[in-house]
Design a protein around this ligand. Structure first.
Ligand code: C2O
Ligand code: CU
Ligand code: CU
Length: 486
């Protein structure tokens, strides 16, 4: 008999509270402090730390604490006592340093997701381990021409990534535009999900969660449930949206208002593009403009089918993961009233993104993402090219300064969002369709039973780093490889 998650227990019904509490395999943290976050109500931006004179120096302390999350008291994890951690605002050319203090009772480390910085030494090096009670000083330098956009930071200690992010360790990073876009206000929206048991403890994953990737019952924006935003008609807002969820895809809609996309992951489009829906796989970010029109609107995440393992479970397998429920989720509510604002000035256009479609390709590779094994909890394997992650093995060796083409192949019945550190990817072909314009991502979704072709320019930096599935339960179970650029 499989261990029963609280959710499964709830679904089976007929079980008393005691049985449910006993069935929850909660993660246990030593709660040392009380975090200060905002409870419900009005939308609140995370605290911001901004570079000045080309430098930013921050101290990030990862610790357990007691916190209000979506109206519930929770024992969770946070950076500097908050969920999310502070937003770091940087500019191209900046030097920045993070003193990471580990006040937890488990090892951790830090990754700056999407930033184009060196993976070596005390840079964006995920092979570093910061033991409990220790600290580590990370130092990064952004190239002067670093693309503007929305990035984020989170732990990356193999085997614990999903647990630590799920419990609250994440924060946003913004790289500012050289030429600013005129807006009435900017908002950072860090979307996360978490499941709490009756005592406010973060629920541990069931075997099904580990296989499909855990989706939390509470979906939060800056640690708040359905925060209220208000604006006047005609005001233009810029929303920086980060999907920090371990496995949840966010198919975003803002019915009643028009979203315009300024960019996805890194960089900005030459001009804003109207978008009715924006799909953020785990790890993806969107840079969105909203020019408010009178009325109420909800930012919602509508159902996205990311597949299942039903076909692998046999006829006696359990029901599909109910955490993937098909209902729409309301993330935030925007109400627009009051005296109309003056129309905002035009958005300055940007030069087109780099385009590798006609580049000379130095090497072609195939990466195959497979889920194997007999069934839940019975030796499931998560592999890339048949191998599970091994930090001391280098899977892919690349010549610096070259362009490579990778075909990402997913023969499994669920999507895998593929992420490469340091070097962004241009999508060349997706399910046999070639995009009409350059599309750049650092997380590329590979649909179930599908494939995607990307090109990567291994410019600027050398060193060892990783690529992996950003369903972090998959990553923690081995769907990750080591790349060395030299
Ligand atoms: Cu956001 Cu290697 O991860
Ligand atoms: Cu990353
Ligand atoms: Cu995966």
């Amino acid at each position: 008999m499989l261990p029963m998650s609280r959710r499964n227990a709830l679904l089976l019904g007929g079980l008393g509270t005691a049985a449910i509490a006993a069935g929850g395999a909660g993660l246990w943290w030593t709660v040392s402090s009380r975090f200060s976050t905002v409870a419900g109500g009005d939308f609140t931006d995370p605290k911001q730390l901004r570079s000045s004179n080309g430098r930013l120096q921050v101290r990030l302390e990862a610790s357990a604490g007691s916190v209000q999350l979506g109206g519930q008291q929770a024992s969770a994890l946070g950076y500097n006592g908050g969920i999310p951690g502070p937003t770091l605002r940087l500019r191209g050319g900046d030097a920045f340093a993070v003193e990471l203090v580990n006040s937890m009772d488990v090892p951790t480390n830090l990754h700056v997701h999407g930033l184009h910085v060196s993976p070596q030494g005390n840079g964006d090096n995920v092979f570093n381990v910061v033991e409990p009670g220790h600290s580590f000083r990370y130092e990064y330098r952004l190239p002067a021409d670093h693309p503007p956009g929305v990035y984020w930071y989170h732990p990356h200690h193999h085997g614990m990534v999903a647990d630590q992010i799920f419990a609250g360790l994440f924060g946003a990073i913004i790289v500012e535009d050289a030429q600013p876009v005129d807006v009435s206000r900017e908002r950072v929206m860090v979307v996360s999900d978490i499941t709490l048991d009756g005592s406010g403890t973060v629920a541990g994953p069931s075997p099904m969660d580990r296989m499909l990737g855990r989706e939390g019952e509470l979906v939060l924006v800056n640690g708040q449930r359905n925060p209220k935003l208000s604006a006047r008609p005609g005001e233009r807002e810029r929303w920086r949206i980060v999907n920090t969820c371990v496995a949840r895809y966010l198919q975003l809609r803002l019915d009643g208002q028009q979203m315009q996309l300024l960019g996805m992951d890194s960089g900005r489009f030459p001009t804003p593009r109207n978008a009715d829906e924006v799909l953020l796989a785990p790890g993806n970010r969107a840079d969105v403009l909203v020019t408010a029109v009178e009325g109420d609107a909800t930012l919602s995440a509508v159902y996205y089918n990311r597949g299942s393992m039903a076909g692998m479970m046999g006829p006696a397998g359990p029901a599909p993961n109910s955490a993937q429920g098909t209902g729409d989720l309301v993330l935030a509510t925007l109400s627009v009233t009051g005296a109309p604002a003056a129309p905002p000035p035009a958005v300055p256009s940007r030069t087109a993104a780099a385009d590798l479609r006609t580049a000379a390709v130095a090497a072609r590779r195939q990466l195959t993402f497979a889920v194997g094994g007999m069934g839940m909890g019975m030796g499931m394997s998560f592999t890339i090219n048949g191998r599970e992650f091994n930090a001391s093995r280098t899977d892919t060796t690349v010549a610096a300064q070259t362009v490579e083409e990778w075909t990402l192949i997913n023969p499994s019945p669920m999507d895998h969002p593929f992420h490469l550190h340091v070097w962004p990817m241009q999508i060349i072909e997706e399910q046999s369709q070639a995009p009409g314009q350059p599309v750049w991502r650092d997380v590329v979704n590979i649909p179930a039973n599908g494939q995607v072709r990307v090109r990567i320019h291994f410019k600027d930096f050398t060193g060892r780093s990783v690529y992996h599935c950003h369903i972090l339960d998959h990553e923690d179970q081995g769907m990750m490889g080591v790349i060395e650029v030299r």
